[in-house]
Write a protein that binds this ligand. Structure first.
Ligand code: C2O
Ligand code: CU
Length: 475
């Protein structure tokens, strides 16, 4: 295992760009704030202190590939926050991870983010400090990056399935987002399930015999689902926004489902049946399948044709050179008590003085990556990097989960290739930014290292807040 502690000299990574300097710039004013929202239904009490970007719950942002977003962000929340652009390959200084890439943005404060959009796909953004609390109260937005090549692949409808539960009391007000019991096990579940913010599963009209592109995201910080449908003509065509090639008929995947954890996205192609018929999208992980959304076929004059899964254009993200990789091995484990085992960053390291805001970490440490936990020691010091890597080199990570719970492991700033799993032998290789690692499973994924300080963490946010996070220094 490579786990060299870097010496500071010359090791500050360059904050590289992923678009040419003349890329078209789109200025975007973005704010985060609180509002009241009727989450339990129109005639139930409104939930106070709901958090949203731009005062609009579940807002969907949509831009053209190749655009550079110049984001003027304003924090109107009563607490510090940051914005992390999940899945986007960009300069690490705009990655939104306090205190690794920026300081927290205080209430009333502003921050300018430079967010190039080099890849088409399905992304989202959310805070990277007090995530459990702020995302738990609704603070995230979807980010769709469209592309001319992709538009050549035609669909007759597009719909969104946003999986996000709420932790509410009967009075419609928030209850504690995290419990010790949850944080140390599978996470603290919401008390109310919802799709697209609605506790009644949405019904969406789609042209009969047409192809619907169904974009599914787990915005919940805890829930893992087994995505499936009661219909034969459905295929998985993209994972985490990147084309799955070849696309896979859902029924041909193990158990006919695609398992998704927090932060994971999946694009389905669903070929609709005849007028008046329905297709139900389910979560089959619960003992009783949970209905996420119903697609209702309405006559728009389309004729019935044979179902054929559609191939989206291949990802243009840099790919690892699989003939020349270096191995990295990490254990996902319960914390052995001590929070940081490795020696701290050397005193001359630019980050040696960076302190984690106590709002960004949990009260206790339950988890670790290869014996190191992200902070929570008294001093709130940043732990040393898991490994120091070389920009442009290709690495294969073997991530082994020796805990009793599943962990969706996310690497910032990269698109990686999931190569193999010790358990799911029949899985096709695919691209992703977050991969589920089941108990007693080893997953291997490869990536081409991009310059920056990038975190690698579990996206069950309470796990991340209680130790399941590390970082790579890539220079
Ligand atoms: Cu959605 Cu650190 O990530
Ligand atoms: Cu986890």
């Amino acid at each position: 295992m490579l786990s060299a502690i870097p010496s500071a000299i010359g090791q500050v990574p360059a904050s590289i760009d992923t678009l040419p300097p003349n890329a078209p710039v789109k200025r975007l004013s973005l704010s985060a704030g609180e509002m009241d929202v009727h989450l339990l239904g129109p005639d139930k009490p409104a939930t106070k202190h709901f958090c949203a970007y731009d005062g609009e719950p579940f807002k969907i942002f949509r831009f053209e590939r190749g655009t550079r977003l110049a984001v003027d962000f304003k924090n109107n929340l009563p607490d510090p926050t940051t914005v992390h652009w999940h899945g986007i390959r960009g300069p690490y200084l705009s990655d939104g991870v306090a205190p690794l890439t920026q300081d927290v943005i205080q209430p009333g404060g502003t921050f300018a983010y430079n967010v190039p959009l080099p890849d088409a796909g399905f992304y989202f953004f959310h805070p990277h400090c007090d995530e459990t609390g702020q995302v738990g109260r609704g603070l995230f937005s979807l980010l769709i990056v469209d592309d001319a090549e992709e538009r050549k692949v035609k669909f007759d409808a597009e719909c969104f399935v946003v999986v996000k539960d709420w932790r509410l009391g009967d009075d419609g007000q928030w209850i504690a987002m995290s419990t010790d019991e949850g944080a140390s096990t599978a996470g603290t579940f919401g008390t109310v399930r919802a799709t697209n913010g609605s506790v009644t599963p949405p019904r969406v009209e789609v042209p009969a015999y047409g192809d619907a592109r169904v974009r599914v995201i787990i915005a919940d910080s805890t829930r893992v689902i087994d995505l499936g449908t009661d219909h034969d003509d459905a295929a998985l065509i993209a994972v985490d926004g990147q084309a799955l090639l070849p696309p896979q008929v859902l029924d041909n995947l193990p158990d006919g489902i695609w398992r998704m954890g927090p932060a994971m996205r999946a694009d389905l192609q669903v070929r609709m049946p005849g007028p008046g018929e329905e297709v139900k999208i389910f979560d089959y992980r619960t003992s009783e399948p949970y209905l996420l959304t119903t697609l209702v076929a309405v006559d728009k004059g389309l004729k019935k044709t044979a179902f054929k899964p559609k191939a989206l254009p291949a990802s243009i993200a840099p790919m690892p050179d699989l003939a020349k990789t270096l191995p990295l091995e990490y254990l996902v484990q319960v914390s052995a008590g001590a929070t940081i085992v490795s020696p701290p960053l050397p005193a001359d390291d630019p980050l040696s003085k960076a302190l984690v805001d106590s709002l960004c970490v949990g009260q206790k440490t339950h988890w670790a990556i290869s014996r190191d936990s992200w902070s929570t020691d008294e001093a709130l010091r940043l732990p040393p990097p898991l490994s120091q890597l070389a920009t442009g080199s290709s690495y294969v990570v073997t991530c082994t989960n020796v805990t009793k719970h599943v962990h969706p492991m996310h690497l910032h700033g990269h698109v990686f290739k999931v190569l193999s799993s010790s358990k799911k032998k029949t899985m096709p290789q695919y691209l992703a930014d977050t991969v589920l690692v089941e108990p007693n499973e080893s997953v291997q994924f490869a990536f081409k290292a991009a310059s920056g300080n990038w975190v690698f963490h579990c996206h069950i946010l309470e796990h991340m807040d209680t130790g399941l996070m590390g970082w790579f220094r890539i220079a």
